[in-house]
Design a protein around this ligand. Structure first.
Ligand code: ATP
Ligand code: MG
Length: 716
């Protein structure tokens, strides 16, 4: 045990302690999930402060999110006392870079008060640049350019350094030139976009040796969490700053690298040992988070990836409950099942904040949110807005409200110029004045104004077209199923297309959310009922500060842990996601598998995996295949369970799954099926073979009969 002054070292194991105490020189801690990497970092900070090696404000500590930064600050304060509360250099790469940049802004042609552009501003500015260059933004959308520029920035490339081959990708070879023009515009506006925060900071340090030296001296110790997800520019930035004192400690896990799609380079782990010769590499192998079965499942799954650095992981904890796999009919039953399991555990005394639901795609949240609202079960969405509060959903709802409730001015204002149709603030101003004067709703005012010449001819035409569309859509309310109606509106208004043309990473998710909205609408008899439901849902925001169930994406769950973790939607095309399957090569699929590994390893005691055998798409039921990841789970550590809802469809799902051989022969590890069969035998052995459908062959439940069930359910 540590002596009196070093209580914070108590309880660490030998390797952890070595990692804490090896404060001088470069250190790389390479270790699996839950081995205490983050804990080592916090303890290290406490150790550095307690030993008087550096003051809290001379330590640079990088976390992946602001939330993680807050947690780390609290944890250090607990270990080292209040001195640690003021750690000005503890934050994300962006937060720390911004801080440095503001101090020396003039050296890169900015004022210290520079504004940080959000992605909307960025697009607007790029549109102006394209326009000035006479480039057709239909053919070469600003969003595509934004995506390209961000990618360059992530790789640390300013316009002068874009490789000639790549510069040609946009507008017939104008890519780099447009990038340069955009950067000039930013300077004139005294603004930086998100990517600039790092890029300009790096340039600042490179071009001003005295400034660089100042920070190299200042940061006596540097620490980086989630190192596997740093991208090239972040790596360059770290290297430069660490060249002063060489006291840099990075902790990471190559198996948890899940931001490749945003430019993260897991190779930075390998680079570290090259760029910091003599780096100490420490491995932590004992997992303190999860029980035996959970770890075994995670390990069995990730073993299917090639190109791993390889790590061992063990726990002294009990074997615990086996992770469960539960097949359900559809996502609605899935949400019901999860809700029921949570309520059951809550009745046994588990607090709501012990539960997390980790989804692959944000659209999956909708069903859970609705279910929890119905149950009155307190929840919060972490790392993003709730489903119905998402920008794209609000836009779509605004269109609907304009159709169903033409006096809804707020809705009209919201979509007036979304997608951009050349209707500016000036036009809106005119409408407002007229509407106020005549005490009319905006849309009605617009009806009058398009007949006058107060609005410029071009805008007048656009506005007239928009109003005509709205009247036409309104006549369809009672004629078309509302799901079809909203799809049509979003299509004809150009709204869907706006996102289709968008090449940013979020666009695909937004399109999925819109599809989910259509699905949600199909559950209601008419548009009025749906809109009323929405107002109730929006109202239902749980205000009480008590413990709540967390809903978030797998990406947002990195570094966190929960007693019980629900992992819904393990189906081919959703998880692994279709995008990764469409990619050539294994890279995409392997990143999906790492994401699954991250998901399972968030669980301390319970991991509950779900898959649905059906999804409703465009009002039709479509059969989905269980995720290949299920097949990769080691059979001995998995339990196959009936849907908690006791629905017959759970059994159906399993029977379907048990017969996957017929069309899933490429699955190499039949672990999952073995588990299923064994469970089945046990059950039959106990004479408790419920009507689970286990072991029933395809011949008895052929596709035709299944179709019958599908039709029956969908028309119900
Ligand atoms: P991830 O890869 O998911 O980020 P990690 O390696 O950062 O995981 P931590 O979050 O630091 O792991 O630790 C996992 C859990 O194990 C935490 O609850 C932590 O408090 C606990 N833990 C770590 N080390 C020890 C230890 N020596 N004794 C007891 N508990 C520990
Ligand atoms: Mg961690």
């Amino acid at each position: 045990a540590a002596s009196g002054g070093q209580r914070y070292l108590d309880g660490l194991n030998g390797e952890q302690r070595a990692a804490v105490e090896a404060v001088d020189g470069p250190v790389l801690v390479l270790a699996g999930a839950g081995t205490g990497k983050t804990r080592v970092l916090t303890t290290r900070i406490a150790h550095i402060i307690a030993q008087g090696r550096a003051k809290a404000h001379d330590i640079l500590a990088v976390t992946f999110t602001n939330k993680a930064a807050r947690e780390m600050r609290d944890r250090v304060a607990m270990l080292a006392g209040p001195v640690a509360e003021s750690m000005p250099w503890l934050g994300t790469f962006h937060a720390i870079s911004t801080k440095i940049l503001r101090r020396h802004a003039e050296l890169v042609g900015l004022k210290s008060s520079f504004t940080i552009l959000d992605s909307d501003d960025q697009i607007r500015l790029l549109k102006q640049v394209l326009q000035a260059e006479n480039i057709d933004d239909k053919r070469w959308p600003a969003r595509a350019l934004a995506y390209q520029i961000d990618a360059w920035k992530n790789r640390g490339l300013d316009p002068a350094h874009v490789p000639p081959g790549e510069a040609a990708v946009f507008a017939n070879g104008k890519g780099a030139q447009l990038y340069a023009l955009y950067q000039e515009r930013l300077k004139i506006l005294n603004a930086a976009d998100f990517g600039d925060l790092l890029l300009e900071c790096l340039r600042l340090l490179r071009e001003n040796p005295d400034v660089l030296k100042q920070y190299q001296d200042r940061f006596r110790y540097m620490l980086v969490d989630e190192y596997q997800d740093t991208n090239t520019i972040q790596y360059l930035w770290l290297c430069l700053l660490a060249q002063g004192r060489h006291n840099i400690c990075c902790v990471g896990d190559d198996d948890q690298s899940i931001y490749g799609w945003r430019g993260a380079e897991v190779d930075n782990i390998l680079r570290f040992e090259k760029d910091f010769p003599g780096a100490k590499v420490i491995r932590l192998e004992r997992n303190y988070r999860s029980t035996g079965h959970i770890l075994a499942v995670a390990a069995g799954l990730i073993a299917h990836n090639e190109g791993r650095l390889g790590k061992t992981l063990f726990t002294d904890d009990e074997a615990g409950e086996k992770p469960s796999v539960c097949g359900v009919w559809d996502s609605e039953e899935e949400a019901r099942g999860v809700g029921e399991e949570i309520e059951q555990l809550a009745r046994k005394g588990h607090a709501y904040d012990e539960f997390a639901i980790l989804v692959r795609a944000s659209f999956q949240m909708r069903e859970f949110e609705e279910r929890f609202i119905t149950l009155g079960l307190p929840y919060r969405v972490i790392g993003g807005p709730r489903f119905y509060e998402r920008a794209e959903i609000r836009d779509a709802l605004a269109y609907l409200r304009c159709v169903a409730q033409p006096a809804d001015d707020l809705a009209f204002e919201r979509i007036f110029n979304v997608p951009r149709r050349g209707l500016g603030d000036a036009t809106l101003q005119l409408l407002h004045e007229y509407a106020r004067g005549q005490r009319l709703p905006l849309m009605q005012a617009a009806q009058y104004m398009v007949e006058t010449d107060e609005i410029k001819p071009k805008q007048r035409q656009v506005l007239r077209d928009l109003l005509t569309s709205f009247s036409r859509w309104a006549t369809l309310i009672d004629q078309k199923p509302q799901g079809e109606l909203i799809e049509m509106i979003l299509e004809e208004s150009g709204y869907t297309d706006m996102w289709r043309k968008d090449r940013t990473a979020e666009a695909a998710g937004r399109l999925e959310n819109l599809k989910e909205l259509v699905r949600a609408m199909e559950e209601f008899p008419d548009l009025g009922a749906f809109l009323e439901h929405i107002s109730l849902v929006m109202e239902a925001e749980t205000k009480d500060a008590g413990p709540r169930v967390s809903i978030m994406t797998l990406h947002a769950a990195k570094g966190l842990e929960f007693e019980t973790v629900f992992l819904p939607g393990w189906e081919e095309g959703l998880f692994p996601h279709q995008r990764s399957l469409d990619e050539s090569g294994r890279a995409g699929l392997e990143e999906e598998r790492r994401l699954a590994y991250v998901g399972v390893t968030r669980a301390r005691r319970r991991a509950k995996i779900y898959f649905a055998t059906n999804r409703r798409i465009h009002g039709l039921w479509q059969t989905t295949l269980p995720s290949r990841f299920l097949d990769e789970l080691p059979a001995d550590h998995v339990e196959v369970v009936e849907a908690a809802t006791g629905s017959a469809y759970g059994g159906y799902a399993q029977s379907r799954f048990a017969n996957m051989d017929s069309y899933g022969s490429s699955y190499e590890t039949p672990g999952w099926r073995r588990a299923q069969r064994r469970n089945e035998e046990t059950r039959q052995g106990q004479g408790a073979a419920k009507s689970s459908g286990f072991g029933r062959g395809a011949a008895q439940r052929g596709p035709l009969q299944i179709e019958g069930e599908l039709v029956a359910k969908s028309s119900a």
